[in-house]
Design a protein around this ligand. Structure first.
Ligand SMILES: Cc1cc2nc3c(=O)[nH]c(=O)nc-3n(C[C@H](O)[C@H](O)[C@H](O)COP(=O)(O)OP(=O)(O)OC[C@H]3O[C@@H](n4cnc5c(N)ncnc54)[C@H](O)[C@@H]3O)c2cc1C
Length: 383
């Protein structure tokens, strides 16, 4: 055996690094504070339907290496995520596309508007609502205003818990409106679900004789900082930490801000509840989205299971703690993160990786790439 490593967190970042270190002949112990593995992509059976505890997850990537890595541990089921948004009682594709125009305009006006869009944005597959709001053409502009008032503004206000009047359209720069009838949520080269679910995929990922997993252990109870080293159970050993960076350093500069979510799961006695796996409800009060798990992927049953997505605040010190989901990225929060990051760098056997340690929103392919990069750094460093 080459060397011993401790990985904190049995999420995707921790699993990928553990596997790479183990393949190179090292011994790895993963400590996970939850009672299950797989981090936020964890899924489980509820009333005979595979559901995802921390929100809907689908693998999607343009990267061949990421695709090859994932499919080494599972068989991919090709999947196309579809989403709709209900506006004034009409369910329309999300991202909005030409069908949306057909649904909300008369036939002649719809033809006219689509022609105008093609002329204003020649050769473009998509345009943002922000661009459309500043269009010179009055019809394009008023369509953008309609979507902004009835969807973007309300959805964003609920998600981030701010008054709709405070939503500045410029925060919606990345939200596309499609200039076609494409009705899929992602447009990546690969999009798929693992054939036996995410937890099973993860089990395969860490299934290696050099990897040991300890569940329901809060690693912070075992970690202390002495001079320039991190000690785990009083021993100096390399620690790869994928939990929250502010928590690791005892919140010494204050809490990093996050938004949280609560998922209200319901069993419904019908075979289908909504048209697509994901539906956004911008005009409803109290929740933003509903995921129907019998459609993700297709699972046949006489009943269905849905999860209502309810935006929540997050505070690490609250008694009834929620999960950290979306980092709130502002100049102040980035400055705070940078302080924590510099502090963590003072410890020569501490390595950080993952959405919580890096204070970043990562898609799963991004976290795999980052974890591969970090694994290589660790292995080179050792050499
Ligand atoms: C609602 C939602 C939907 C998403 N959907 C998609 C999608 O469809 N496709 C996609 O590519 N990405 C999606 N993502 C992103 C995806 O969830 C992340 O990329 C992924 O979870 C990152 O993995 P990670 O290992 O960094 O973090 P995590 O999965 O959070 O793993 C970190 C682990 O560390 C553990 N931990 C923390 N502190 C300690 C401690 N002190 N001791 C022991 N263990 C500890 C935690 O319990 C956790 O299990 C979605 C995110 C959200 C919020």
């Amino acid at each position: 055996m080459n060397k011993e490593y401790i990985v904190v967190g049995a999420g995707l970042a921790g699993g990928v690094i553990a596997r790479n270190l183990a393949e190179a002949g090292n011994s790895v112990t993963i400590y996970e504070k939850r009672s299950h593995m797989a981090g936020n992509m964890y899924d489980f059976q509820m009333d005979g339907i595979l559901v995802q505890k921390y929100g809907p997850h689908v693998f999607h990537t343009n990267d061949d290496n990421v695709y090859d890595f994932i499919t080494h541990y599972c068989n991919p089921i090709p999947f196309k995520t579809k989403c709709e948004a209900v506006i004034d009682g009409i369910s329309t594709p999300s991202p909005f596309n030409y069908k949306t125009i057909d649904q909300f305009f008369s036939k002649d006006d719809a033809i006219k508007l689509k022609k105008k869009l093609e002329k204003a944005y020649p050769g473009q597959k998509a345009v943002t609502v922000v661009e459309m709001l500043s269009a010179e053409d009055d019809d394009i502009k008023s369509y953008a205003e309609f979507l902004f008032e009835k969807d973007y503004k309300l959805y964003t206000a609920k998600q981030w818990e701010v008054d709709p009047s405070e939503i500045d359209p410029s925060v919606l720069k990345r939200v596309p409106i499609l200039l076609s009838y494409r009705d899929t949520y992602f447009d990546d080269k690969y999009e798929f679900m693992p054939d036996r679910g995410f937890e099973f995929f993860y089990r395969e990922l860490i299934n290696h004789e050099n990897i040991r997993l300890e569940l329901s252990v809060d690693a912070l109870q075992h970690i202390e900082f002495v001079e320039k080293h991190v000690l785990f159970d009083k021993r100096i050993v390399d620690v790869i930490y994928t939990g929250a960076i502010d928590e690791l350093l005892s919140f010494k500069y204050g809490e990093l801000p996050y938004r949280s979510l609560e998922f209200d799961f319901k069993r419904l006695e019908c075979s289908s509840f909504q048209n697509t796996a994901l539906v956004a409800y911008p005009q409803e009060v109290g929740f933003t989205r509903v995921t129907e798990y019998t459609k993700m992927p297709e699972q046949s049953a006489n009943h269905t299971v849905v999860a209502y997505e309810i935006p929540r605040g997050f505070s690490a010190t609250e008694a009834n703690q929620t999960e950290r989901y979306y980092p709130i990225l502002t100049e102040d929060s980035m400055a705070l993160y940078n302080k924590y990051h510099s502090c963590a760098q003072e410890y020569d056997n501490l390595i950080l990786c993952g959405r919580l340690a890096d204070f970043k929103y990562y898609n799963m392919d991004q976290v795999i790439l980052r974890a591969m990069e970090i694994s290589e750094e660790i292995l080179n460093r050792k050499g």
